[in-house]
Design a binder for this molecule. Structure first.
Ligand SMILES: [Zn+2]
Length: 250
């Protein structure tokens, strides 16, 4: 028998046949893995409670010839308060979706695992998760090795002393005022204050970010830049963003 243990966060669940689920887990020591939870779609099944989005589990997995199978799952933290709150659930779904899109299978990333756990823990307590999400997006990109350039011009490398020329997802980050007219697609607007906010979010403690007061226009600028960058890196639209936006505008 080829069994292994790990801890993992459920990023995604999808149905398999009548009774089973496939779980995508961000595991502590094996990166993103996919496992079958037999019978988890039946309410009285012993894996059903664990096989929920965002659950933090201790798992025992049987490595099969094709898909691995979940043999046992103990819930360490269910993050039930996130699933009970539509806004928090929408943010957590967005985080899970872009992590799933950007993570390759079975590439160890313990830093990202621990950071995601910290992000969900703060999200559960946050009253207004907007800036928390921006910090989560930036730092997750850093753990994934996709952090946009925020210190010098992504195109020419010139240092950015005055107002930045804009933000270019395809160009890899912030552009100087010379390069902003040289790209095929017009860069997104990014003010000096917007760039400064992104730099602060990158190093701040997640627990302090939820207490910051930042003008709405500045928040939107950073949101536009980061969501465009995430979609560019994901190479497809992030579906849960539509859900998030409809919840927030309601
Ligand atoms: Zn430049």
């Amino acid at each position: 028998m080829n069994l292994y243990r790990s801890d993992g966060i459920v990023l995604r669940t999808r149905p398999l046949g009548e009774a089973d689920k496939i779980l995508t887990l961000l595991s502590r020591d094996r990166g993103k893995i996919e496992v079958v939870a037999r019978g988890a779609r039946r309410p009285r099944n012993r894996l059903a409670a664990a096989a929920q989005p965002f659950s933090y589990l201790r798992v025992l997995i049987f490595a099969g010839r094709s898909l691995d199978q979940l043999s046992q799952a103990e819930i360490i933290k269910s993050f039930g308060l996130i699933r009970e709150n539509l806004v928090k659930m929408a943010y957590a779904s967005f985080w899970s979706e872009f992590l799933d899109l950007l993570l390759p299978l079975e590439e160890e990333n313990t830093g990202l695992f621990l950071f995601t756990l910290a992000g969900l823990t703060v999200l559960e307590k946050a009253e207004d998760p907007v800036l928390l999400s921006r910090a989560f997006e930036l730092r997750a990109l850093q753990y994934l090795g996709y952090l946009p350039e925020l210190t010098a011009c992504a195109r020419c490398g010139r240092s950015l002393e005055e107002t930045p020329g804009g933000f270019s997802p395809a160009g890899g980050g912030v552009l100087c005022s010379f390069c902003k007219d040289e790209t095929e697609i017009k860069p997104l607007a990014l003010s000096a204050a917007g760039l400064e906010l992104m730099r602060r979010l990158l190093t701040a403690d997640l627990r302090s970010v939820i207490t910051w007061e930042v003008p709405a226009a500045l928040q939107r600028e950073v949101e536009n830049a980061l969501t465009a960058f995430l979609e560019y890196r994901s190479e497809k639209p992030i579906k849960s963003l539509g859900f998030l936006h409809s919840i927030l505008s309601f």
